[in-house]
Ligand binder design. Sequence first.
Ligand code: ADP
Ligand code: MG
Length: 371
Amino acid sequence: MKVNAKRNSVFSKPFPLKRRLFLRCLFAVTLTFASCSDIQGGGAPARPLFESLRPRAEPFREEFALNTVCTVMLFDQARPEVYNAIFNRIREIESRMSAFLPDSDISRVNAAAGKAPVEVHDDVFKVIQRALEIAKLSGGAFDPSVGPLVSLWGITGDTPRVPSREEIDAVLPLVNWRDIELDPARRTVFLRQSGMALDLGAIAKGYAADEAVAIVRQARLRRALIDLGGNVITFGRKRDRTPWRVGLQTPHGSRGEFMGVISGWDMTVVTSGIYERFFEYDGVRHHHLFSPFNGLPARTGLLSATIITEVSMDADALSTAIFVLGYERGRALVDSLEGVEAIFIFEDRSVRKTAGANFALTDSSFRLLTD
Ligand code: ADP
Ligand code: MG
């Protein structure tokens, strides 16, 4: 088996994966900053733009959490206690929602699948509640009970493999958001079938990003940039009052290379792309965004799907949902939601966006199509 060895190389923090597999964990989007006067699009910089555009003088803090690199910039009003509060909160959310930590609420719910309801923390309950709403909205394309499929493919572990059709068919009945039972009065979660497993990998980072911004707000800071492994939130106004500019990662490009720029004020930008985590087997690439309908990595002609909206939890789940749905149905879903915009990048390097997406192409090897 050939395993792709390109991965996030800028950050030297230890990657919690065995050496046999190097998952490529790119930032889906690249932030550009207040003091960056111009954006050089297109090329593959020797040093990723994320790093080279970062104003050295601006304080920021970066830590590995939620299985990804988390960057927080508090700019001129940076105070150590606010950074501490944010990263403590991120770690707290991880400790409750990670399917990898045996003591997390999610692991306890999974262990009790088919047996008994499990009381969970309010954070976890809220996220599962929203996950179920988005599962319903997306007709099950986003499904938080995707756990057995993720385990079968081993995509987030150190031994990914291509399972047989029989193996996939055996776990598919376990992937069904309708079998997740919530009791708001008792704050319990029950997985009706034994063998079911929750995986909040497509929504937890968004929730954590929202919670980080809540702390920034409480601390009465005027501006902040939060980037939890590509779940980006811009908060407040830049000092020069110009809009924030968020670079959209070039699919399969070098890390930090971007093909366009999204501008706006308070917004969250979240991308789901096939280039973030994948492995190769017999020359075929298998990525980490699964179709709950056929149990395979979703193939819809898309390289990535980006959501721009206000709530990062929604953006996170919706970006996964519309990627799995593909352009036609994903676009219809986005068009039905107020305040939600999207950008779709196709395998043939064409790009489509919703009318309200404030997106400018900077790489002429892509083509922006209009409706
Ligand atoms: P990333 O985590 O790379 O930012 P996503 O937010 O799209 O990307 O989440 C992908 C993760 O979500 C996968 O690693 C897997 O754990 C889980 N997942 C995969 N397919 C689905 C799906 N159809 N619905 C819900 N979660 C999914
Ligand atoms: Mg997501």
